[in-house]
Design a protein around this ligand. Structure first.
Ligand code: ZN
Length: 425
């Protein structure tokens, strides 16, 4: 009868684990911070009640149900979990290893191992969602990473993944001698038929959105130029749209941006050489600009720019001019830094640069990183502190609407009602 006892013991244990899990799922927690930023405005004396994985109530007078636990968070501001608009979980800073060497020399296992660490660091930095825009040669590993996070095998943000991304044949890298063909950092395609097929293939394998490179430098020492034709871009966007997916475009040149905007992409990534005319077109068509000022800043520093003691290199001067033109045209911004080019977990760098070097107010940048990004990325279940939304919450020391650097001082992170970073005492 030993066997039978074991079966009953196992059954009992699994039932009690199940009961504990479901009881926990409905457990209520009252969070009492010094202030709440709800995605739009600051509120002193608000509290937030979390039940299960959702925000049950937020406001000045929220009664805690019997048995609710209370977490006091003195001196901190509670924010909606922030949303990183542009990351690459399978890249690490280029001053550690060049992009080329990462794509060609690092095994998939190595890159995935790094990706799991990057995901955890991003979450611990208060970014509970990330739009990951291309695995850069790591195939469909982002689909598996997203699944591992959803299954709670590893800690990380909720991911929106682009999978391999699409580049025009011959336009991307790595490049060696003409006789050597190596796997590329994204999937190559040419012609309306092939781009349509590749778009469907990526969606079929798990892409939440489609990323296309509308321009790139055809060889190392030349400026970026358009890659895909208007017809090819139209086919990609329409194929993705009929599958319920948005298309986003890497584009830095005016012509690449123009074609992508006219094709119907939802966001332009970088937009470094954008002109007032192009930004007017973006405004008119409701296309948002993902700023990625942190990536340009990092790459310029890696290339030897002694920031603070040397004048801005031409690339940074151009970025400043284009960001100014975009703001004057009234373009909507996605807060996204292109993390991976610089260290994951340092996502706040983009927000700091936008405030300290690009003339944004802390409040504007906080809105971008929360309610703004949730709206542009169609994430209607998060990005604000409001009853019914996901309990993705971050506490930071001080008042980030006065000093944006406060978002680096994360003391508490909750994702879907589960505490992933405990408050420090
Ligand atoms: Zn990128």
């Amino acid at each position: 009868m030993k066997l039978r006892e074991d079966v009953w013991t196992k059954l009992f244990l699994s039932c009690s684990v199940f009961l504990t899990a479901s009881a926990l799922a409905e457990e209520s927690t009252l969070l009492r911070p010094a202030a709440v930023f709800d995605g739009q405005e600051m509120h002193a004396d608000w509290v937030v009640l979390v039940t299960g994985d959702k925000i049950a109530a937020a406001g000045p007078d929220v009664p805690a149900p019997a048995g609710a636990r209370t977490i006091d968070l003195p001196g901190v501001t509670l924010l909606p979990g922030m949303i990183e608009g542009h990351s690459h979980m399978f890249l690490h800073p280029y001053n550690e290893t060049s992009w080329n060497d990462q794509v060609t020399d690092e095994s998939l296992a190595m890159r995935v191992a790094r990706g799991t660490v990057h995901a955890r660091k991003t979450l611990e930095a208060g970014f509970t969602t990330a739009r990951d825009l291309g695995t850069e040669g790591a195939g469909y590993a982002d689909v598996g990473l997203r699944q591992a996070i959803e299954s709670r095998i590893i800690a990380g943000p909720r991911l929106l993944v682009a999978t391999r991304a699409i580049v025009a044949t011959g336009s991307y890298g790595p490049k060696f001698s003409t006789e050597v063909d190596v796997p590329q950092g994204a999937q190559e395609a040419s012609g309306v038929e092939e781009v349509t097929r590749v778009t469907r293939e990526q969606i079929g394998k798990g892409a939440d959105l489609v990323k296309v490179y509308a321009d790139y430098r055809w060889s190392k020492d030349e400026p970026s130029r358009p890659t895909f034709s208007q017809e090819e871009l139209n086919a990609i966007v329409q194929t993705a749209r009929s599958a319920g997916r948005a298309t986003v475009a890497h584009a830095t040149t005016p012509e690449g941006m123009r074609r992508a905007i006219n094709a119907g992409v939802e966001t332009i990534e970088h937009g470094d050489e954008g002109t007032p005319e192009i930004f007017q077109l973006m405004k008119q068509k409701g296309v948002a600009l993902c700023s990625t000022v942190a990536a340009g800043d990092a790459v310029s520093r890696y290339q030897g720019w002694k920031k603070g003691s040397e004048p801005d290199p031409p690339r940074i001067q151009q970025k400043r001019a284009s960001m100014k033109a975009a703001r004057e045209a009234g373009v909507t911004f996605v807060m996204g830094g292109d993390s991976g080019v610089f260290a994951h977990g340092e996502n706040a760098l983009e927000m700091e640069l936008l405030v300290h070097e690009y003339g944004f107010k802390p409040l504007e940048v906080l809105r971008q990183a929360t309610s703004g990004n949730s709206s542009i990325l169609h994430l209607i279940d998060r990005g604000s502190i409001r009853a019914g939304l996901l309990a993705d919450l971050v506490a930071v020391e001080g008042d980030p609407t006065r000093d944006v650097a406060a978002v680096r001082r994360v003391t508490f992170v909750m994702k879907g009602g589960v505490i992933v970073r405990e408050p420090q005492r």
